[in-house]
Design a protein around this ligand. Sequence first.
Ligand code: COA
Length: 387
Amino acid sequence: MTTTEIQRGLEGVNVAATKLCTIDGQKGQLIYAGYDIYDLAEHASFEETAYLLWNLDLPTSKQLSDLNALLIEERPLSDLNRTLIHELAGKCLPMRGLEICVTALGALDPRASDFSQEQLKWTAARLTARMPSVVAAFHRQRQGLDILAPRDDLGHAANFLYTLTGEEPSELQAKVFDVAMTLHAEHEMNASTFSAIVTASTMSDMYSAIASAIGTLKGPLHGGANSAVFEMLEEIGDESNIESHIEAMLSRGERVMGIGHRVYKTTDPRAIILEELGEQLAETSPDRKYFDLSRKVRDYLAERLSGRPLYPNVDFFSASVYRMLGIPHDLYTPIFAVARIAGWSAHLLEQYADNRLVRPNAVYAGEKFRAYEPIEARGQGESSTPR
Ligand code: COA
């Protein structure tokens, strides 16, 4: 097919068939492998959800306990990851540290290029187990705190909160974080998933594909929006400043973070679930200020932007919910990755099982047929090499 039409941002272009996830952006519906996100959020753990994404069926109790055992076994950091964390923590953003540590994990895995589905599922579980350990260790190292050993008696979400904060979370805190991870686990063909697929389509390994996805998620228009939401809430500071702050942002042509979505043209169902969980946390949290402020900002925008398809997305309430869980805001995006690894790796299982190299076209818009000029004939000109 040769055409000069360009689909900027690949909007409306189907790039793959998937059994993992479907979204109805008009109705605000999100489905993982046939299960509604509201059902999964209420009943399934993150581990069950990850199993569902990798196998397209919910696990039996034996299948779930086997997966839990593998996740627990793979939680401890490798020596190389410890060294890298020691060198990098405090010197670069945690998201960059995570990307490097994932690449390093692949560097020492002799089976990284084994593309059997069995091996790929093992790698998916290994990354799912290890990425939270990297993020928690990175944070503790930069604060000068001891890196904590994982606790085998805690589930995936509770263990992460424990290794991050040093305190065993309450049942409610663990539940809220577990649901937040389930909500972030998968989201069809977003930018980071696509970049993982592009990397995998060259038959590069899962570690490199996931590192590509982490690099893509880092940007403020994708995963970086959740920490940008928190920064915005901090700048607003108080309900009385909402109008002036938002109006100043809009008049500068800036986007309000956590608002709008390429697919959802109504409220993102994940934002609805996170708001409900936030309310439960807020009842006992000493730190509910930003959650309350989020709601007021949401209400202001609902009126200000009424008639336009701009509603809260998943990042909008995750910022204040994570704050109430005691998570620092520059970890919000790494935490997104820690959850999304389940969906990224599930898409990679599909891609490797039916691979085709991703190689689109570009429409040439440059000059044509120029005659080569010898360097002496080109004059002086301004230097365009940055110094
Ligand atoms: N705040 C204010 N205006 C916004 C907006 C926002 N967050 N998001 C979109 N708009 C406006 C655009 O300025 C544009 O207005 P115009 O038609 O007058 O030019 C219109 O809505 C459509 O924007 P467009 O860029 O075409 O939408 P998109 O589908 O490409 O954008 C996002 C999707 C997510 C990139 C965009 O909504 C955004 O930047 N949101 C903030 C970042 C964010 O929360 N990202 C997380 C996504 S999960």
